[in-house]
Design a protein around this ligand. Structure first.
Ligand code: F6R
Length: 612
């Protein structure tokens, strides 16, 4: 949540910061702002709304400074408004600061400052932290770096901050705990950002800053220190990412691009790992610690949102073919309750961004209790990837659309490979079944491609139902989590209230909602539950609900019960979720578009949820 960018060097800072904010807008778009420092004068410009509003505001301003910081906000403390937008200025006007995260003890710090005569011009925790730093700096008559260190030791919560000082013409001071920060190392210039997307255009050499580290960044110097003022050698890594990956490439929206990329992202995920001809799955990160996994007494999967849905699919598959008990936990619950994590339990953490605060803190807690953690993460070098003992990347590439699509199918592919690898090693699956599933998994990209060719059919269906007030999504077995995912996608992108349910559970309550106005989406592919789900369709039809069904090609029964049908290629029931989710992604995309919604930036959401 919230995107931050900074630049110091010979170029004009503003165009770099602005472009960076546009790239980071997926992290929040309630307001944005920049602070520019030129000739010892600090100027701050900020605006409620999307980055385009700020861009407009800046047209008549002097933006020729060579050092600047910028922020795009997802509101936590204080409503979206100009006054709550970042950057904030300290009371004496000397410092400007941007912040991603939450200062949990801000109220206490604010009271202390108020008692010392401070007043505030915003409702934010950020302004409190900044004035706390200013107060320490003036009171102790120390340099700002020292003041920051003292202040951060008093702070609880999460932060990534960038600060510029009117009295220091070319330095950005940055610090992080719990919110990401990447520093791009150029020739005589440095770039700072929440992720690499604002940086990739200028340099591929980056340093990922760790928690409790402070960076003092000048055009030709990068000093990293810990909060104890000891220097740390920056570890420079080379980004494996191309600029094209973060641009729309001819699609109207990132979400559509990402949906259509899935044949290749799933292929990339399987490539070099799955060899159906040889009957092997190679996963370096998993193999090194394989014994932990196959000898687990229990697997606990910890995740949020769409990643949690991937965890539910994995639960069904792992229990089926590996015979290891699995529990799937919402990270936000896991971190606060007192879960039993025993020796021999293994945690699988699933996250696209690798920065989700709830998941990260849940893992820290589990790690303290001695749990072994496997990460299934998309963003390379992210905090969750780094905190995990072992893991596998999903290789879905940069996902920018706020609604997760290609990362989800990547997660399912990785989890499926992990399950198959465990099952064959444990001997809980026959060689024949194993080989059959390898073959099926290898065919997934082609099947997804076939679905995408018929995307227009879903556009028609979306137009027909776009004005519905509610939707119900029903599935059974492996497709039950896909019903949950379909409902979540529709809510996010179209603002239509939607619920996902196991189809049979529907009669224990939600059936009361059914009338001739309610569209009910059945994920009714040919599997061992098919006859049962057909009975559930009958129950809806008897109550005049509108049935949209996702069926397997060649199924002649379901269409007779349905108002609208979308057919997908046949697939083994364990593999089906990876392909049955595709039409649901498209259905929500086209519904959102039909309703005129900015599907890449739906209201109130942010891509990377780095606050709890
Ligand atoms: C939904 C969506 C969210 C995320 C959730 C977890 O489309 O994107 O529900 O899945 O916020 O995020 P990650 O996977 O980054 O931990």
């Amino acid at each position: 949540m919230c995107g931050i960018v900074g630049y110091t060097g010979p170029k004009q800072a503003y165009p770099i910061v602005l472009k960076g904010l546009q790239r980071l807008e997926y992290r929040g778009y309630d307001s944005s702002g920049v602070a520019l420092l030129k000739d010892g004068k600090l100027s701050v410009y900020k605006k409620k709304g999307k980055v385009a509003e700020l861009e407009q505001e800046m047209l008549q301003k002097d933006s020729s400074a060579h050092i600047g910081i910028g922020h795009t906000r997802w509101a936590t403390h204080g409503e979206p408004s100009d006054r709550n937008a970042h950057p904030h200025r300290s009371a004496n006007g000397r410092f400007a600061m941007i912040h991603n995260g939450i200062i949990e003890n801000y109220a206490q710090l604010k009271n202390e400052l108020v008692s010392k005569g401070y007043s505030f011009s915003s409702d934010t925790d950020t302004e409190v932290l900044l004035n706390f730093i200013e107060h320490i700096q003036t009171n102790n008559n120390c340099d700002v770096e020292e003041a920051l260190r003292i202040a951060l030791k008093r702070v609880t919560g999460a932060y990534c901050i960038l600060l510029i000082d009117e009295q220091d013409p070319d330095t950005i001071i940055a610090a992080r705990k719990g919110s990401p920060l990447v520093i791009g190392v150029g020739k005589g210039e440095h770039f700072l950002a929440s992720d690499a997307s604002p940086i990739i255009e200028y340099t591929k050499e980056v340093v990922y800053v760790n928690d409790y580290e402070l960076a003092i960044v000048k055009p030709d110097q990068l000093i990293l220190k810990n909060l104890g003022n000891e220097k740390i050698t920056p570890y420079i890594t080379t980004l494996d990412m191309e600029l094209a990956a973060i641009e729309k490439g001819g699609y109207d929206h990132f979400m559509l691009k990402e949906i259509f990329e899935q044949p290749s992202t799933i292929y990339d995920c399987l490539r070099g790992r799955l060899d159906a001809n040889a009957g092997t799955i190679t996963m370096g990160g998993i193999e090194k610690n394989f014994e932990q996994l196959i000898n687990a007494n229990r697997i606990m999967i910890v995740a949020c949102g769409t990643s949690w849905h991937a965890g539910l699919v994995a639960e069904y598959i792992i229990e089926e073919i590996c015979r290891i008990p699995v529990e799937v936990e919402y990270a936000s619950e896991f971190r606060y309750r007192n879960p039993i994590v025993n020796k021999g339990d293994v945690i699988i953490a699933i996250s696209q961004s690798g920065e989700t605060a709830d998941t990260l803190v849940a893992l820290e807690k589990a790690k303290e209790n001695g749990a072994f953690i496997f990460g299934v993460v998309n963003v390379v070098g992210s905090s969750i990837a780094r905190i995990s003992h072992a893991g596998a990347y999903t290789h879905a590439g940069h996902e920018i659309g706020v609604a997760s699509t290609k990362a989800f199918t990547g997660q399912l592919a990785v989890l499926m490979m992990m399950a198959l690898k465990m099952a064959i090693k444990k001997g809980t699956i026959t060689q024949e079944r194993y080989q059959q599933l390898l073959n099926e998994l290898q065919d997934v990209p082609e099947k997804v491609n076939a679905i995408l060719k018929n995307a227009e059919e879903l556009k028609t269906i979306a137009h027909k139902y776009k004005d519905a007030g509610d939707f119900l999504f029903l599935g059974r077995g492996y497709n039950f989590p896909i019903a949950l995912e379909g409902a979540l996608k529709l809510k996010e992108i179209s603002y239509i209230h939607a619920e996902g349910y196991p189809a049979a559970e529907m009669k224990h309550g939600p059936i009361a909602l059914v009338d001739e106005k309610l569209p009910v989406v059945f994920i009714a592919t040919k599997d061992s539950y098919h006859e049962k789900i057909v009975s559930n369709m009958q129950e809806i039809k008897a109550r005049k609900g509108k049935i949209i069904s996702i069926i397997t090609q060649g199924d002649h029964i379901s269409p007779t019960l349905s108002d609208d049908v979308f057919s997908i290629p046949p697939a083994d029931e364990l593999i089906a979720p990876i392909i049955s989710v595709i039409p649901l992604q498209l259905l929500s995309y086209y519904t959102g578009i039909a309703k005129g919604i900015d599907v890449d930036k739906p209201r109130n959401l942010a891509k990377s949820v780095t606050v709890e």
